[in-house]
Design a binder for this molecule. Structure first.
Ligand code: URC
Length: 315
């Protein structure tokens, strides 16, 4: 006999994941594209019985959730601003189904860069210039006492921005003990695959004003700027460590944009070791002689941090 255990449903969210959608903006003959992967998850106490009592009475089919992504993409004016399209989708579910308490939408945007043909940007042909993606995640909740009130958790990110610099990076003065084999270096290759997330500070708002309030935030400029800051500091910093370079990147973006509350980075330190070639005719390839390296697939370092705006920094 199995012992009976008292349990309860602690958390739940359901919806459609990996909804693939390409929106082509044909307002002029210079077409633009948004290639998206969308996840929409709904939550609320009304869904409890779908788990505990096999009742689907409150369940909006995930198939309908998928259809909604396409229908809203057809009419929306803001698909090209991920944060606004995610907000439009999430708020749609809250407005349409009075029993939905939370709508959680994540959108990933895949890169398509305009082709250069005969020296000119082509009107309607694109190529995939890397696996890096732009992402946003919004969680909109209905106000507990006021059904038209919305609280908004919103963060956006860059994922998979692969970068490498061939000098301008050192790593010295770290702990040396009986576990240490790594030599100190004044000059090494620095390479990472940037994941960066920036969290917005958004006050609660009425549903009717949600899109116009969010519309005041220059989301696309913030994304471009965080990416530029990341690349600029990566290239120019005389890096003492991944940790120190990361902190400069995050601090700069918080200082640049008043809407940002916290900026996080996860930076794998992809190691490149100079190959010791002295066995071959005494060939010098270490320290200042290094120009042939072996990229190490695994392991990598992993340096992560979140930098937050100081309390009072808004005053
Ligand atoms: O920038 C670095 N930070 C570290 O913490 C570390 N540890 C290590 O072995 N190499 C590096 N590089």
């Amino acid at each position: 006999m199995t012992a009976t255990v008292n349990v309860y449903l602690d958390k739940q969210e359901y919806g459609k994941d990996k909804v693939r959608l390409l929106k082509v903006h044909k307002d002029t003959n210079v077409h633009r594209v948004d290639d998206l992967t969308i996840r929409c998850l709904l939550s609320g106490s009304s869904f409890t019985t779908s788990y505990t009592e096999a009742s689907n009475k409150a369940v909006v089919a995930t198939d309908s959730i998928k259809n909604t992504c396409y229908i809203l993409a057809k009419s929306s004016k803001v698909v090209d601003t991920l944060e606004l399209f995610a907000a439009e989708l999430a708020n749609h579910f809250l407005n349409t189904y009075g029993w939905v308490e939370g709508a959680h939408v994540t959108i990933i945007r895949h890169r398509w860069a305009r082709m250069i043909i005969d020296g000119k940007e082509h009107n309607h042909s694109f190529w995939r210039d890397g696996d890096e993606t732009r992402q946003t995640e919004i969680f909109i909740k209905r106000g507990p006492n006021c059904k038209g009130r919305r609280t908004i958790d919103l963060k956006s990110s860059i994922a998979g921005l692969l970068v490498l610099k061939t000098t301008g990076s050192s790593f010295e003065d770290f702990v040396r003990d009986e576990y240490t084999t790594l030599p100190e270096t004044k000059d090494r290759i620095l390479s990472t695959c940037v994941d960066s997330t920036w969290e917005f500070n958004i006050p609660a708002v009425d549903s009717a004003n949600l899109l116009s309030t969010l519309g005041q935030i220059p989301f696309n400029n913030i994304y471009d700027s965080v990416r530029d800051v990341t690349c600029d500091i990566f290239a120019k910093d005389e890096s003492a460590s991944v940790q120190a370079t990361l902190y400069k990147m995050a601090a700069k973006s918080i200082n640049n944009w008043k809407w940002l509350e916290r900026v996080s980075y996860a930076l794998p330190n992809r190691h490149f070791f100079a190959v010791d070639l002295k066995y071959f005719r005494g060939t010098k390839n270490l320290q200042e002689h290094a120009d042939v390296y072996q990229p190490l697939a695994d392991p990598s370092g992993l340096i992560t941090a979140t930098v937050a705006r100081s309390l009072g920094a808004r005053l």
